[in-house]
Design a protein around this ligand. Structure first.
Ligand SMILES: C[S@@+](CC[C@H](N)C(=O)[O-])C[C@H]1O[C@@H](n2cnc3c(N)ncnc32)[C@H](O)[C@@H]1O
Length: 279
């Protein structure tokens, strides 16, 4: 229990240490653009933090996220066989960071082509943080993945407007939405999640791996709420969102399978929900 309570504080320490690193990095590079406004500097700071912490977050998430996208997860438990539709068609990812899952997508597309099954054919990645979006774009270019994977340098709130790349997400145009630890960061979920629901086709799949509020006990949720006072300014995300409730309430769903991942401690200060909603 102590370990779980202290874990967010360890991440906040890394964020605090990333602050002088960010200042030095951009000064040494002569890139004064990062200092033009607080929000630009905040993005630069988060990018430095996430480039270091992201690989650890990926390691923790991968045992659930990969089976989730492969359709091998039910009731929070990983299954040996495919039990629901894997990632397919036109996909939108929200808050892609530096694109930790790009290699997995490439592998999935290659395998689907070899086996003649329906894999993803177009992936849009929404990432409004210009420093992360730039790293992500470089990553995609190096991986020779530009034809399939399109980085949209806007947040969820801007996807309905034509972006600089000329792309605009139309209502009912997406086969799949992927949100992996992204909904904790977006502003005004009550306003912006209905936009995402509208972009999904009827029968479309929304794959979710998100950290949410702890509902185990009043004491634990009290500790989590206290931690959030410091967490929000340090990490730029929300610790206590009831994302499952917001998602369920978005509209009609044909199927909802959302549960805590198997084996996660009830004392987690960063507890998750994992699963799929089918519209
Ligand atoms: C905790 S990181 C997760 C990154 C990535 N999903 C991963 O698993 O590595 C959250 C991401 O959401 C992005 N974000 C913040 N505001 C957003 C918005 N309004 N719309 C879309 N993404 C946003 C952040 O820039 C950040 O890259």
């Amino acid at each position: 229990m102590i370990r779980e309570i202290l874990f967010p504080w360890a991440l906040m320490t890394v964020s605090a240490l990333s602050l002088p690193v960010t200042i030095i990095k951009f000064l040494v590079a002569g890139d004064l653009h990062a200092f033009t406004s607080w929000s630009t500097f905040r993005d630069a700071w988060f990018a430095v933090f996430w480039i270091n912490v992201g690989p650890l977050a990926k390691q923790t998430a991968a045992p659930n996220v990969i089976p989730l996208l492969q359709g091998r997860l039910k009731d929070g438990k990983v299954q040996d066989k495919v039990v629901s539709q894997p990632l397919h068609g036109t996909v939108l990812e929200i808050g892609r960071g530096v694109g930790m899952w790009t290699q997995f997508y490439q592998k999935t597309i290659d395998e689907a082509e070899k086996e003649g099954t329906a894999g993803p054919d177009k992936i849009y990645a929404s990432e409004p943080n210009r420093f992360l979006a730039a790293t992500l774009k470089k990553h995609v270019k190096t991986a020779n993945f530009e034809e399939v994977y399109h980085v949209l340098p806007v947040g969820v709130e801007g996807l309905g407007n034509t972006t600089a790349s000329g792309t605009k997400i139309e209502p009912e145009s997406l086969d799949c939405i992927v949100t992996v630890q992204g909904l904790c960061c977006i502003p005004e979920p009550e306003k912006n999640l209905p936009l995402l629901y509208r972009y999904l086709k009827k029968g479309g799949h929304w794959y979710v791996f998100e950290h949410v509020r702890n509902d185990e006990s009043t004491i634990l949720s009290g500790i989590q709420s206290f931690t959030e006072i410091f967490w929000k300014p340090m990490i730029c995300c929300h610790l206590c969102r009831d994302t499952a409730k917001t998602l369920r309430g978005l509209g009609e769903w044909e199927e909802i399978d959302l549960a805590p991942p198997q084996g996660e401690s009830p004392y987690e200060m960063i507890p998750h929900i994992v699963g799929t909603l089918v519209k």
